[in-house]
Design a protein around this ligand. Sequence first.
Ligand SMILES: CC(C)(COP(=O)(O)OP(=O)(O)OC[C@H]1O[C@@H](n2cnc3c(N)ncnc32)[C@H](O)[C@@H]1OP(=O)(O)O)[C@@H](O)C(=O)NCCC(=O)NCCS
Length: 335
Amino acid sequence: MDVIEIDGSDRELFERYHRLMDAVQAADSEFPTMPGLEETWVWFTARLRADRVWGLAAVDGDTWLGAAWLQESLLENTDILQVDIQVDPAYRRRGVGTRLLRAVEDVAREHDRTVLQSEVVAPYDERTTTHSPGTAFAERHGFVRKHLELHQVMEFPLPDAELDRIAAEIAPKHAGYRIVQWYDACPDEWIVQIGELWNLMFTDAPRGDLEGEPILWTPERMREREARHRDQNRFRSTTAAVAPDGTLAAFTEMSGSRDTPGVLSQAPTLVRSEHRGHRLGMAVKIVNLRALQALVDTKAVLHTWNAPENAPMIAVNDRLGFRPVENNYEYQRRL
Ligand SMILES: CC(C)(COP(=O)(O)OP(=O)(O)OC[C@H]1O[C@@H](n2cnc3c(N)ncnc32)[C@H](O)[C@@H]1OP(=O)(O)O)[C@@H](O)C(=O)NCCC(=O)NCCS
């Protein structure tokens, strides 16, 4: 068995890599969220200041056994390497995953990364901790569970009548706020404040004991992210609530890719602490759901990930009809 690097310089190898990652995730999960081929190609070939994505594949002659997705941040968290190892179910329990992990450790040492982090999927059960081949493998190799995010899904479209009912119920609570919505690029008027709200995600959203430093969302970095989304054929809707003094008090973002129209993602939702209690989280989500639904004419599933202890966010999602489908455990290991 050999391990080869997949870095976007060879399209044929890349396509084979993507096919394998995609097929293994589809075999393991009822709700896979692997990005499409072209979207992933942009991840692999873009030269960005902020991060780098590439892969490894375990091959035996012409047979591909498994692969790893690697991601490193270049501006902060320069001690961390993110990894996701996937082995074809037909070749499991033969040491393929372990061989890939050894190669990942070599990469980490070459890149001066001393912390490995990995998101591992296991079944959902609200009463108990759950396990999967991935959690058994991670624990066997000394990774420690640091955090849990519930993967929740909701089928599109939502009935308008239900959105109307909730909107009417909460309207009196946020009467003083103006709601603004935009597609794709953020208007210049809001770019600094939206970055500030993104920065608050690090302190305000639970992240367990996971190590890491905050990401600094400058306007330049926000624009870089938008440019990548454009290159990836992604579409996005953002809705924000503006307080009477002009402060952006809350925002939510949802997006999808024209490559994989059935998979939509809920990116962050955040209400500034001094503006909580006005049902602004629900208010921006409702407007944003309508805006996103106007773009999506196929059956689609909206995915979101939240810590179970994030009660206010879970309550909003429950009311909108999201249901939990998987546990995503964040594992970490120091080299
Ligand atoms: C997790 C995964 C990568 C393991 O790949 P693999 O090639 O089967 O792993 P290995 O053969 O190297 O297993 C090494 C050890 O991990 C543990 N392990 C792996 N799969 C296990 C399972 N299903 N049940 C219990 N222990 C398991 C065992 O201790 C195993 O050693 P053993 O076979 O001698 O008992 C594979 O099951 C997979 O692709 N799962 C879906 C993706 C995923 O969860 N990835 C997260 C990992 S970062």
